[in-house]
Design a binder for this molecule. Structure first.
Ligand code: URA
Length: 214
C-alpha cells in the first residue's frame, strides 16, 4: 500500500492515530494547490473519511485550461492517492489522446476526494462536505473549460441535467466571478460497460479541442 506521508494528522483507516470527526468545519482559502492539498489530506468532514486509505487530491498543472471532474476515487485510486489510474483512467487517457487533447493541459480531479465504500456513488451530504475542496481547486486552477465525466459531476453543476441530452454540448457556468465553459461527457467506467459510448466520448473530446482552439 502506498500511503502518502501527510505529516501531523490522521489520514485514513490504517492510521493508528486518533480520529476526530468534522474537521475542518470551514475549508480555508488556500494560496496554492500544495497548501490546499495539505489541508485536504486531514479532512474528516464526512463519513467517507472513516473507510478511505487516504484523500485523493486532483492532479495536473497548477494552472490548466481544462479540468476533468470525475465522481470519486475507486479502489486503485484510494490505494495510490492519485485519481483515474485504474481501467477507467487508462480508457480516459486513450480517449483524450484520440480526441487530440493535450494531457499536459489537463487537471484531473473528482467531486468527492475519498473512496465511497463498494464504489457506490457519493451521497448528497458527502458531495456537500467535499464541495468546498472542489471549489477551491477550480478557483486556483482557473480552467477555461470544465469537462464533467458522468452524471454525478454534471448534476453537481446543473442539478437534474441528463447526461444523454447534454453530453458534448457547451454549457455556461460561473465560478468565483469567472465565466467558465462546461462540456459534459460520459464517465469512462460507463464506456467500459457499454462500448457504444466510446465514439460519443471521442466526439465530445474533439468538441473540447475545438473550444480550446476557438
Ligand atoms: N472513477 C472516478 O470517478 N474517479 C476516479 O478517480 C477513478 C474512478
Amino acid at each position: 500500500m502506498v500511503r502518502k506521508s501527510v505529516g501531523g494528522c490522521w489520514s485514513g483507516k490504517d492510521d493508528p492515530r486518533k480520529f476526530v470527526a468534522g474537521i475542518p468545519e470551514t475549508v480555508p482559502r488556500a494560496r496554492s494547490l500544495k497548501q490546499l492539498f495539505e489541508a485536504m489530506a486531514c479532512c474528516t468532514r464526512c463519513d467517507l473519511a472513516l473507510e478511505r486509505t487516504q484523500v485523493v487530491p486532483g492532479v495536473g498543472p497548477a494552472r490548466a485550461r481544462v479540468m476533468l471532474i470525475g465522481e470519486a476515487p475507486g479502489a486503485r485510486e484510494d490505494l495510490a492517492g492519485v485519481p483515474f489510474i485504474g481501467a477507467g483512467g487508462r480508457l480516459l487517457d486513450q480517449l483524450l489522446e484520440r480526441g487530440g487533447v493535450n494531457r499536459a493541459e489537463v487537471f484531473v480531479t473528482n467531486v468527492a476526494a475519498c473512496r465511497p465504500p463498494g464504489n457506490r456513488a457519493p451521497l448528497p451530504k458527502e458531495i456537500a462536505a467535499h464541495a468546498p475542496w472542489l471549489e477551491e481547486q477550480i478557483r486556483l486552477v482557473k480552467p477555461d473549460v470544465i469537462t464533467t465525466l458522468g452524471r454525478v459531476p454534471l448534476t453537481y453543476f446543473i442539478p437534474k441535467a441528463k447526461i444523454t441530452q447534454l453530453h458534448g454540448q457547451v454549457q455556461h457556468i460561473e465560478r468565483d466571478g469567472r465565466a467558465t465553459l462546461l462540456l459534459p461527457t460520459y464517465h469512462p467506467a460507463a464506456a467500459l460497460r457499454n462500448r457504444e459510448l466510446i465514439p460519443d466520448m471521442e466526439n465530445d473530446f474533439r468538441e473540447l479541442v475545438k473550444l480550446l482552439e476557438g
